[in-house]
Design a protein around this ligand. Structure first.
Ligand SMILES: [Fe+2]
Ligand SMILES: [Fe+2]
Length: 482
């Protein structure tokens, strides 16, 4: 099948996978398309389906100039299927098949495992759109509103990316899985999304920024591991998705920074030196730093659960099979098979948390989580540098990985953010000091009033340093027509 760097933009579904020469898959996707648009209109951003939004659309896969910007009504966004260019002579980089040519078709013995990996990744994409669908009503600016919608349409495209693989490579059961991806609903009691963090509410914009910082970053880690896959179409899809994902984390990182900046500025202006003087800080109409820390604690711990059990046979099998690698597998210098290696895993033993060496193959989830934590820590360092620069004495920290967990080694115990094991009564008595409670939520909700004048920002958040696509400060990123 011809595949090029250029994208066919003429048909219903923009693509660089030669869809016109593949009538079966083209038909299948065109049949899936109306259900997708229906899902977008009912479960996508509420209240802005008719608005013109200044969006980035992927029009190629060349790292230089792969996107164009322009005003689009979201239901008319050109969701396309884009694979990063094939790498000639690529071989399976790890596992039992290491060194063999990559697969262009699904290896029969791994079909079920591969389908499951694709479906789990695919399920997260529409889930986050559903979680964020009410946020448009309280956007702190048109700039932020546009960024929300950019993230949303790209998550929609990521769903397309996974649905393409299902239709193209998995026949009838692929089609059924693709339909189910539109059927499940975030937070639904009967048909929830597959993973816990994708069924949580995103009630306010600080949650949205935390979600894009922490939970989209899990997405980055998973995509990076899948981009190493020996199943080449999956690898190429994920490589291109990572290009878009970078903006999602920028939205989170800069959103949190701007929130912190405004709080510190308001504290200084009011002569408040003590960050724990929550009443006075809140009276300035900004979110106090300890509450931002609580939100961080919540979203970090929820996201850690997405990495699954620290010790996992599934993860070992997916690695052995050559389907899912490690973060930056291609940069690692070991034998890429790990048959004789060990890896340190944290686990609770007799009331305390200890490190144990386990076979490296079974600890791959733990390893990916460690890489993730290191990636998160760089954001926290930036926020602390900002706080220091603004002359406030406060430090953000990532809580211990044992804190507030529901999956894995720590699900059965309670621990404080420093990693001290607690009994259930102590945990219950003190959890409000570490996690947002109803009063914190009510306070944040009270600040969530929309600001829709071009160039204006809600009082709790600082303006960004630069516009999107170098647009000026008063650019009207969203033309609201309801
Ligand atoms: Fe995504
Ligand atoms: Fe994302």
């Amino acid at each position: 099948m011809p595949e090029t760097m250029t994208v066919d933009y003429d048909g219903l579904i923009p693509n660089n996978v030669g869809l016109n020469d593949d009538p079966r898959v083209k038909k299948a996707l065109e049949t899936w398309h109306p259900g997708y648009i229906d899902w977008w209109k009912t479960m996508g951003p509420e209240g802005f389906q008719e608005s013109l939004v200044y969006l980035r659309t992927a029009i190629g896969v060349d790292p230089e100039g792969w996107a164009k910007f322009g005003f689009v009504r979201m239901p008319e966004y050109r969701w396309g299927i884009l694979l990063a260019p094939a790498i000639a002579g690529r071989t399976i980089p790890f596992g039992a098949h290491k060194g063999e040519p990559v697969w262009q078709e699904v290896p029969g013995e791994y079909r079920a495992m591969l389908r499951r990996l694709i479906v789990i990744q695919g399920d997260t994409e529409p889930a986050s759109v559903e979680q964020q669908r009410h946020l448009g009503a309280t956007a702190p600016s048109l700039y932020d509103l546009r960024n929300l919608f950019q993230v949303n349409v790209e998550e929609g495209r990521h769903l397309w990316a996974m649905v393409y693989l299902l239709h193209k490579y998995f026949g009838r059961d692929g089609r059924e899985e693709a339909d189910d991806l539109l059927r499940r609903r975030s937070g639904d009691r009967d048909t929830p999304r597959m993973l816990g963090a994708f069924n949580e509410a995103t009630p306010d914009w600080l949650s949205f920024f935390m979600f894009t910082f922490f939970t989209d970053r899990d997405g980055k880690m998973q995509l990076a591991a899948l981009a190493q896959s020996g199943f080449d179409p999956l690898s190429r899809t994920c490589r291109f998705m990572l290009t878009e994902e970078a903006h999602h984390m920028f939205v989170g990182d800069s959103g949190i920074s701007r929130t912190i900046q405004r709080t510190c500025e308001a504290m200084r202006a009011a002569g408040i030196a003590d960050p724990s003087d929550i009443v006075r800080v809140r009276a300035r109409g900004v979110i106090d730093l300890p509450t931002i820390q609580k939100k961080l604690n919540l979203h970090f711990s929820l996201t850690l659960d997405l990495f699954g059990n620290e010790i996992s046979t599934n993860a070992a099998n997916a690695f052995n099979a050559g389907l899912k690698g490690r973060y930056r597998e291609d940069k690692l210098t070991d034998d890429h098979q790990l048959l004789n290696d060990t890896y340190p895993v944290l686990r609770p033993v007799a009331g305390e948390i200890r490190t144990e060496l386990v076979p490296a193959l079974s600890a791959l989830n733990m390893r990916l989580r460690d890489d993730y934590v290191a990636d998160c820590a760089s954001g926290v360092r930036r926020w602390n540098a900002l706080v220091e620069k603004l002359g406030i004495s406060f430090r953000f920290t990532l809580p211990h990985v044992a804190f507030n967990r529901r999956i894995g080694e720590f699900a059965a115990i309670h621990a404080d953010p420093e990693g001290n094991v607690l009994d259930a009564a102590t945990w219950q008595a003190r959890r409000g000091a570490w996690l947002p409670d109803a009063a914190d939520g009510d306070f944040i909700a009270s600040l969530m009033r929309p600001e829709s004048a071009p160039g204006k920002y809600a009082a709790w958040i600082a303006p960004p340093r630069a516009g999107i696509d170098n647009q000026p400060g008063d650019f009207e990123y969203v033309r609201v027509e309801r």
